[in-house]
Design a binder for this molecule. Sequence first.
Ligand code: ZN
Length: 281
Amino acid sequence: MPKLIDVHTHVHFAAYDTDRDMVIKRALEKGIWLINVGTQKNTSQNAVELAHKYEGVWASIGLHPIHTEKSYHDSKELGSSSAGNEANGFISREESFDYDFYKKLATDPKVVAIGECGLDYYRLTEETKHRQAEVFVKQIELSSDIKKPLMIHCREAFHDLVDILNANRSRLNTGNPGVIHFFSGTLDDAAHLMDMGFSFSFGGVVTFARAYEKLVKGLPLERIVLETDAPYVTPQSHRGERNESLFVEEVAQKISRIMDKDFEEVAAQTTENAVKIFGLK
Ligand SMILES: [Zn+2]
């Protein structure tokens, strides 16, 4: 068993184009396993290809809510030359959910979850809201179809998230529906989601945003897993630098302080949780 598992990272993104192999090995050598999470067709495909090159590296595949609309582009994710990326024929800035494409990719044994999928109301238009819901429900269906858990992204949309999940409750994988990544809801939202069987992942934000302390303290350790969301959300001691899976240890340390538990207990329990949820071996 690994010491720690970073259940949500993006080392397949453009931010690591010059040193990806070193970044992955730095984590693996410290006993840290990782799940690279796709956000659209090309980043999902890349996550799967990368997972096949290393033991201890897995993939999650899906369509992120912000990629269901046209305007979004992040150079850390997709590279700075958007013209070049478009030329390779895979980048879509307004992707509709291609069920057959994702289903085929999802059957790969290195794929351990569907997502990131969900709702993001940070930059919202009413039209986007409908499209996000529609694409999310298709990924709930896929998760049920292939019996792999959901990797959910939710920003400023917990009320609708709970409603959509409740309406699709019969399709959620019994006992193991998945993880809400970068959980930023309330303890009340968490109660609804736990009732459906979901767990929650926390990353670097807990090391610098005190608002998360009450939230983490209010959740059972059996429902918590660790993440970095790298290259984003770098923990406190590396602020200003690019984030990477190695830094997940600082997240575990902070959670152990917040919960007043030993680091070893937090490391072992979150690892056991992640192994169970994602079926890692
Ligand atoms: Zn992410």
